[in-house]
Design a protein around this ligand. Structure first.
Ligand SMILES: *Cc1c(COP(=O)(O)O)cnc(C)c1O
Length: 393
C-alpha cells in the first residue's frame, strides 16, 4: 500500500472503527477481544462511560490555555497522584518519552543544584526500554533502536539484568541516578528479581544518588497496585508514568519527592500542551475510577485467575509456550514457536495481543476484564496452541 505516512511501523492489515469495554470492532464489523489495549493504554477499556462523560463535559468548557496560567484541573490530578504515591510534586507532559526525559533532566538538575554537577551519568539495566528521544535511546541501548541515529548521547551506563555487583561497580562519583523499570515491558516482560529494588534503594542512599523508576507501562493499576513498585514497598525519588494515565488521551507525568522536584525552578523545563484541561479531565476520571474502594483488589483477583489459567495452558502445551511471567495483568508468554506466529493466530481467532523482545507474546488486557472474558481469551489461546503444535488442554 502506498501511503503519505512515514513507514516507521510494520502495521497489521486491519483498522478499527469502534471500541466498547474489552472489545474492538474493525471496519468490516468483526469483533476482537482487545488484550493489546493500544500497548497498555486503554486500561479501563474502550469508551468507558466515566471517561467519555469527563471528556465531553470538558470539551464544552475549555481545552487548552498553556502553562502561562494556573490550571486547576492539573492541580487536582497532581493532588490525587501525590496523595496516592511517594511523590510531592508532578510535572505533566504528553507521552512516556517526555515523562522519562523530564526525569532525566530532573535527576541531573538535582545534583547541579546540590553542588555536585559532576554527577550527571545515569545507570540503566540491559533489556530496558525508556522511549525514543535521543537520550532515551542511549538509556535503553538497544542496537535496533539506535541504528543510524548516532552519535549516541553520552551520560548513560548499562549493567546486566539483576546483577547487583555490576550495579555497585557502575555507580561512580559521576553517577546521578539509577533508572529502572520495575517490570521490563518491551524487553520481554521481566519483573526485577525479588529484593532487587530494595537493594537499589540501598545503593542509591549509600552513594547519595537518586532512584528513578520508569513506570510508563507498569503504572496506573496494570499490576494490581496503582504503581508496580508498591509490591516491593520501595519508593523511588523520581518516577515517570504515562500510558494508562488518561486511558487513551495522550498524557504523561513525572513525579518526584519535594527535595528533588525543588531543583526544577521556574524556566528550567516546560511543555506547551502538557497537562492541558482536556487531558487532565480524562486523567482525573481514570484516577477516580482506579482509586474507588475495591477496584484494585478486583484487578488483583482477576490477574490471579488469568495467570493461573495461562499457567495451565502453558503446562498443556510445552511445545508452544515455555513460560508465563510478569506481574498482575502485565503478562508475558515466552514462546517456543515464533511469537509472531502465535500473535497472528490469536488475532485471526479474534484476540489481540502484543509482541515483546525474547520471543514473548504480551497479554495486556483492560484491567476491568471479567471472568468470562478471561475464559474467552484462554479458550482462544488453547485452540491456537493446539494448532501450532501442542496437544489440547
Ligand atoms: C511506552 C514506554 C515508554 C515510551 O512512551 P511513549 O509514550 O511511547 O513515548 C517509555 N518507557 C516505557 C517503560 C514504556 O513502556
Amino acid at each position: 500500500m502506498t501511503t503519505p505516512l512515514y513507514q516507521t511501523y510494520a502495521r497489521y492489515d486491519i483498522a478499527f472503527e469502534r471500541g466498547e469495554g474489552a472489545y474492538l470492532f474493525d471496519t468490516d464489523g468483526r469483533q476482537y477481544l482487545d488484550f493489546a489495549t493500544g500497548i497498555a493504554v486503554n486500561a479501563l477499556g474502550h469508551a468507558h462511560p466515566k471517561m467519555v462523560e469527563a471528556l465531553k463535559r470538558q470539551a464544552e468548557r475549555l481545552w487548552h490555555v498553556s502553562n502561562l496560567y494556573h490550571i486547576p484541573e492539573q492541580e487536582r490530578v497532581a493532588a490525587k497522584l501525590t496523595a496516592n504515591s511517594f511523590a510531592d510534586a508532578v510535572f505533566f507532559c504528553n507521552s512516556g518519552a517526555e515523562a522519562v526525559e523530564t526525569g532525566l533532566k530532573t535527576v541531573r538538575r538535582f545534583h547541579h543544584e546540590a553542588g555536585s554537577p559532576q554527577r550527571w551519568r545515569i545507570v540503566t539495566v540491559e533489556g530496558a526500554f525508556h522511549g525514543r528521544t535521543l537520550a532515551e535511546l542511549a538509556a535503553g541501548r538497544q542496537e535496533k533502536h539506535m541504528a543510524g541515529f548516532g552519535p549516541i548521547v553520552d551520560g548513560f551506563d548499562q549493567v546486566p539484568y539483576g546483577d547487583l555487583e555490576a550495579m555497585k561497580k557502575a555507580v561512580t562519583d559521576e553517577t546521578a541516578a539509577i533508572l529502572v523499570e520495575p517490570v521490563q515491558g518491551e524487553g520481554g516482560v521481566h519483573p526485577m528479581p525479588p529484593g532487587y529494588l530494595k537493594a537499589l534503594r540501598g545503593i542509591a542512599d549509600a552513594e547519595g544518588i537518586l532512584l528513578f523508576y520508569d513506570e510508563v507501562q507498569t503504572g496506573m493499576g496494570r499490576t494490581g497496585k496503582l504503581f508496580a513498585h508498591e509490591w516491593d514497598d520501595v519508593p523511588p525519588d523520581v518516577m515517570a508514568v504515562a500510558k494508562a494515565l488518561a486511558g487513551g488521551f495522550p498524557v504523561g507525568a513525572c513525579l518526584a519527592s519535594a527535595k528533588v522536584a525543588g531543583a526544577m525552578s521556574a524556566g528550567s523545563h516546560g511543555s506547551t500542551f502538557g497537562g492541558n484541561p482536556l487531558a487532565m479531565a480524562v486523567a482525573e476520571s481514570v484516577l477516580d475510577t482506579m482509586l474507588e474502594e475495591g477496584f484494585l483488589d478486583n484487578v488483583q483477583r482477576i490477574a490471579g485467575l488469568m495467570n493461573q489459567r495461562l499457567g495451565a495452558i502453558a503446562d498443556a502445551h510445552p511445545g508452544v509456550i515455555e513460560e508465563v511471567r510478569g506481574l498482575g495483568l502485565l503478562i508475558g508468554l515466552k514462546c517456543v514457536v515464533p511469537a509472531g506466529d502465535v500473535i497472528d493466530a490469536l488475532r485471526e481467532d479474534g484476540l489481540l495481543t502484543v509482541g515483546a523482545a525474547e520471543n514473548v507474546v504480551r497479554f495486556l488486557p483492560p484491567i476491568i476484564i471479567d471472568e468470562s472474558q478471561v475464559d474467552s481469551a484462554v479458550q482462544i489461546l488453547d485452540g491456537v496452541c493446539g494448532r501450532l503444535g501442542g496437544s489440547s488442554a
